[in-house]
Design a protein around this ligand. Structure first.
Ligand code: CP3
Length: 343
């Protein structure tokens, strides 16, 4: 299928302008659930795909062309900027950092990241994509300070974030310095992505749900707020996404983004109330997207019903597409959203 996204449907929704139907895109819309992706991935590592502008461009386009999403998201990874900061990163296939930050001294040794030099290959992919995509908007992204700090400190994925929370509590000054640096990197990197051609950006705070409301408010929110404020100068709308944020959604939303991304644990109508004045993105359960079609259609229709008539609704998942998702399910979900605009 050709990319047929109406030019400004997605950007209009980000700005809470009225749209004839909600725009639809999915986190991890490029990835292992697609045969086209697996074919390319058989020949190249994920880092090769992300760091070769022509390949990153090709992977980004795959789902847009096949399913007709209303926006493209740059194929890259939130962990890439940690390499120029000094992290030794590899994927196995989960990400591993071989030299994790375990002390205030480790944190002080991290270098600043200069995106235009250090991430020039990613920015080159953005400019290639801008030409290929025509009217379809391109979303750039960065990891939020907390989610990036958790990878730096844990050295990989974690279930309970014991080391991250120990660092946060035992080394308050080093934690503040680390979070400040990650916020600065994020604002600089998002600005560079917008200058290279991205028309919107998303901040991924994928693991914010590990925090208590008090931890979020005291130890994380100020830095997410600084990141949003810094990136806002670029003029592009900012989507702030997190999972497990139901318990502190008001604080999460107060970071000040244009749109708030919520997961399926949040009641969508409640999210609109809590995030008054902001667009809301979500929130189909990726496991439901991967499952039987009748249940998928029912859940998607329910989300569309809740979003109907509301300004600033962006249809998405509550987290990324799972690798076992049938491509036919993705097509069915996208078609359902697209048909919501037809009489
Ligand atoms: O959304 C998109 O289509 C754009 C591409 C994208 C990737 N990672 C590609 C990728 C984006 C936006 C990300 C962000 C990212 N990376 C996040 C935040 C979003 C989220 O899912 O919570 C996080 C936490 C990471 C870190 C990361 N990268 C993990 C945990 C993994 C392993 C995942 C797994 O299932 O094994 C990666 C690797 C990765 N990044 C893959 C893709 C498509 C799988 C790579 C592969 O083996 O082919």
């Amino acid at each position: 299928m050709a990319a047929t996204g109406r030019p400004s449907l997605f950007l209009d929704a980000c700005r809470r302008r009225p749209t004839p139907r909600p725009p639809v895109w999915f986190m991890r819309q490029a990835g292992r659930y697609m045969k086209d992706y697996r074919d390319l991935r058989a020949k190249h590592s994920i880092l090769e795909l992300a760091k070769t502008p022509e390949l990153a461009c090709a992977v980004t386009l795959q789902p847009v062309r096949r399913f007709g999403f209303d926006a493209a998201i740059l194929f890259s990874d939130i962990l890439l900027p940690l390499e120029p900061m000094g992290a030794r990163l590899r994927f196995a296939p989960a990400p591993i950092i071989d030299n994790p930050v375990r002390s205030a001294r480790d944190a002080a040794r991290l270098r600043p990241c200069a995106p235009r030099e250090d991430l020039s290959r990613v920015l080159k992919a953005v400019s290639l994509l801008r030409r290929e995509l025509g009217q379809t908007p391109l979303i750039g992204f960065v990891g939020a300070p907390f989610t990036l700090a958790s990878y730096l400190i844990e050295g990989g994925p974690s279930k309970d974030f014991v080391r991250t929370k120990a660092f946060m509590n035992a080394e308050p000054a080093a934690w503040a310095g680390l979070m400040r640096r990650l916020a600065k990197m994020g604002a600089d990197y998002l600005t560079a992505q917008v200058e290279a051609g991205c028309q919107a950006v998303q901040i991924f705070d994928s693991w914010a749900g590990a925090l208590s409301p008090a931890q979020y408010r005291g130890k994380v929110l100020p830095y997410s707020r600084a990141l949003v404020a810094g990136a806002q100068k670029s003029g592009a709308p900012i989507i702030h996404f997190g999972t497990g944020t139901a318990g502190f959604l008001r604080d999460f939303a107060s970071a000040g983004s244009d749109a708030v991304g919520v997961d399926w644990r949040v009641d969508l109508a409640q999210a609109f109330k809590t995030c008054r004045g902001q667009a809301v993105q979500g929130n189909l359960d990726p496991a439901v997207l991967a499952g039987p079609l009748p249940a998928l259609k029912k859940a998607a229709a329910e989300i569309l019903r809740t979003g109907r008539g509301r300004r600033g609704f962006i249809f998405n998942l509550g987290h990324g597409v799972l690798p076992q998702t049938p491509e036919a399910n993705v097509l069915a979900a996208v078609e359902l959203v697209r048909s919501a605009g037809r009489p």
